[in-house]
Design a protein around this ligand. Structure first.
Ligand SMILES: *Cc1c(COP(=O)(O)O)cnc(C)c1O
Length: 365
């Protein structure tokens, strides 16, 4: 990118550490975390376990690694995990569970509310028969495309897993967005899961780091896999200090990102040439549809000249985060208005949320 980008809607992963977070990192007391004697990592893991109501936690390099070590810890070679068709773990993590764990995925379609229909899951659970892989785990995702899982679903999923003997993992990359949206404590959701993966490097603003939480036994197993995957960092306390700062200071402010997403969606919905439904925006993601991929290319280039970055083609995903304030949203709206007012009326295709079978579906992250 040549132009200087100062308003970046591509993802909430682009957030950079604030001066206060950097200060916390600089002040961190560190040790060697592979020997488990980095005090900042140990404190962070204890804190994460406490707030999620779990026995233990493990700092991982990324959400991909955190999900992968969870799957490797839960499942043996020849086991199977049931997962949503467009789920991050299944589709956007390089097939790691299959490649590195010989764990067979059994994907099924998501419902419109981002749940997996538990009766459809039941139909996929394989009988105890030597022809079949062993169905071992159910993996859910919250938020998904910015949508939150209904609160009563967690309990239903947990009861279902207890009944059927499956373990239950939550890819909670943006779980704190759901907690803020639904005004619940993270433990209220995490209590229903055997393990939860949390990204601290997205809207919470840490430069890197994800946390896996679960039982002591599971985390001990996950720690072994993390080492094998090259995730044993030494003076990781600098990263842990950033994550600690993020968890203590940047959770409640996610509400501002949600408000800015609303502001953005409402503004974009009034622009002729953009299809956007503000009512579908639940947290920090706004989806828009344009009349063609070519328009999208031109809009992307036009916005880049104004220092604004967006991602996607005819369907775009715009993500708000702590490095975009209401002023940035206004600038984006003004730029889009200018771009579209210079053109005649446009025909828009049917739009709304992304259609996962659509080849135009953007990359995630
Ligand atoms: C971002 C994300 C992850 C993990 O991504 P990393 O880039 O590896 O940290 C996992 N699941 C979902 C749903 C995500 O959005």
């Amino acid at each position: 990118m040549n132009q200087r980008i100062d308003i970046d809607f591509r993802s909430d992963t682009v957030t950079r550490p604030s001066p206060a977070m950097l200060q916390a990192m600089m002040a961190a007391e560190v040790g060697d975390d592979v020997f488990q004697d980095d005090p900042s990592v140990n404190a962070l893991e204890a804190y994460a376990a406490r707030i999620t109501g779990k026995q233990a936690a493990l700092l991982c390099t990324s959400g991909t690694q955190s999900n992968l070590v969870a799957l490797l810890a839960h499942c043996q070679r020849g086991d199977e995990y049931i997962v949503g068709q467009e789920a991050h773990t299944y589709k956007y993590e390089g097939g790691g569970a299959a490649v590195l764990g010989s764990i067979q995925p059994q994907p099924i379609e998501f419902e419109a509310d981002s749940t997996l229909d538990l009766e459809k899951v039941r139909d996929k659970i394989k009988a105890d028969d030597y022809h079949f892989a062993r169905s071992r785990l159910l993996c859910l995702e919250n938020t998904r495309y910015g949508d939150v899982l209904p609160l009563d679903y967690h309990d239903r999923a947990a009861s279902f897993c207890e009944e059927t003997g499956l373990a239950l993992h939550l890819d909670g990359a943006r779980l704190f967005n759901a907690c803020v949206k639904q005004n619940v404590d993270v433990a209220e959701i995490s209590q229903h899961y055997d393990s939860v993966s949390l990204c601290i490097s997205k809207g919470l603003g840490a430069p890197a780091g994800s946390l896996l939480v679960g039982t002591e036994a599971l985390i001990t197993e996950a720690r072994k896999w993390r080492k094998m995957l090259g995730g044993g960092m030494r003076q990781a306390g600098y990263i842990a200090a950033a994550c600690q700062y993020a968890l203590e200071n940047n959770v409640q402010r996610l509400a501002e990102d949600h408000a800015n997403a609303q502001l953005l969606a409402r503004g974009l919905s009034t622009i002729s040439g953009i299809q956007c439904d503000p009512a579908s925006v639940q947290t920090n993601m706004v989806f828009i549809t344009l009349d063609s991929a070519e328009t999208a290319d031109r809009l992307r280039a036009y916005l880049a000249e104004q220092g604004i970055a967006v991602l996607g083609g005819q369907m775009m995903r715009l993500v708000t985060h702590l490095d975009i304030d209401a002023h940035g949203v206004d600038k984006m709206l003004a730029s889009c208005r200018r771009f579209f007012s210079a053109r005649g009326p446009v025909m828009l295709p049917a739009g709304g949320k992304p259609d996962p079978s659509d080849p135009l579906t953007f990359p995630r992250g």
